[in-house]
Design a protein around this ligand. Structure first.
Ligand SMILES: Cc1cc2nc3c(=O)[nH]c(=O)nc-3n(C[C@H](O)[C@H](O)[C@H](O)COP(=O)(O)OP(=O)(O)OC[C@H]3O[C@@H](n4cnc5c(N)ncnc54)[C@H](O)[C@@H]3O)c2cc1C
Length: 239
């Protein structure tokens, strides 16, 4: 039987870096030009593949940070990591990457979704949640959104300036930061105060390092949120 090309999102595409933007001292956003990009939903991610001249290749997942059709990825550099130091410090405009996607149909938000939204982010787990905030704004949606974002210090917080502006200008968006180095870890009390009551049946999206996601999802369920409405995305790291 003749082999046929695998269409669409399973195809590796050549992407060109068109801009890089520092977000914090250890995180950068890459803007990519991806010919044939089919568009994406807020919350989806892509696989990025890097191949060395000797043929060795490494592949990692990165959430789409931008509202479709713009393709932006924000990479948090892990000092002992293999791929993130390259994407987060070495890549420059004009460089090419291979990219596959968009991937994922569960951890997504659509502007037509009617429920209020609670976003809970740990560190760089804010990336796909920022795509939801940006998609909401781009669609002119007034769906009530609350974001609880845990970061080590204000200097580590991604998108802080944009979030401050959006809290002022985007009606129905509230943002609460937890600075874990001084205030400690996210607590049930914080989610109770800055989230939605379970009676509102909000759609909850939790994203970050594995340990953070598991703890935050357990807290939401303990507060009375239906596990069915708590969607999670784990970036890896803690077992
Ligand atoms: C669906 C999905 C979406 C993702 N989106 C993003 C994103 O938008 N931005 C982003 O920066 N990363 C994102 N990640 C994480 C990303 O895929 C890589 O795991 C990360 O960049 C580390 O890769 P590395 O090669 O530098 O580190 P590796 O060489 O793979 O690992 C180095 C060390 O860091 C630990 N580690 C790996 N990942 C993490 C982590 N997330 N937190 C803490 N420690 C970790 C490993 O256990 C290891 O000890 C996402 C992961 C998934 C599964």
């Amino acid at each position: 039987m003749a082999r046929t090309a695998i269409p669409g999102r399973l195809t590796w595409r050549a992407a060109t870096v068109t801009a890089v933007r520092d977000e914090t001292p250890t995180a950068r956003t890459l803007t990519l030009d991806v010919p044939g990009w089919p568009g994406h939903l807020a919350g989806q991610h892509v696989d990025v593949r890097l191949t060395a001249p000797d043929g060795y290749s490494a592949q990692r997942s990165y959430s789409l940070a931008s509202a479709s059709p713009t393709v932006e990825l924000t990479v948090q550099v892990l000092a002992d990591g293999e791929v993130s130091p390259y994407l987060g410090t070495a890549v420059k405009p004009g460089d090419q990457l291979e990219l596959r996607g968009p991937v994922g149909g569960w951890f997504v938000w659509r502007p037509t979704d009617p429920a209020p939204v609670l976003l809970v982010a740990g560190g760089s787990g804010i990336v796909p949640l920022m795509a939801m905030i940006r998609t909401r704004a781009a669609a002119g949606s007034r769906t009530p959104f609350r974001l609880v974002h845990s970061a080590r210090t204000p200097a580590d917080a991604l998108y802080a300036t944009e979030l401050a502006r959006r809290t002022r200008d985007d009606a129905g968006l509230d943002v609460h930061h937890v600075w874990s180095r001084t205030a400690g870890r996210l607590t049930v009390a914080t989610l109770n105060t800055h989230g939605w009551p379970p009676d509102f049946a909000p759609a909850c999206y939790v994203c970050g390092p594995t340990g953070f996601v598991e703890a935050a999802a357990d807290m939401l369920v303990a507060l009375g949120h239906s596990p069915r409405l708590v969607k999670t995305e784990r970036f890896g790291g803690t077992p």
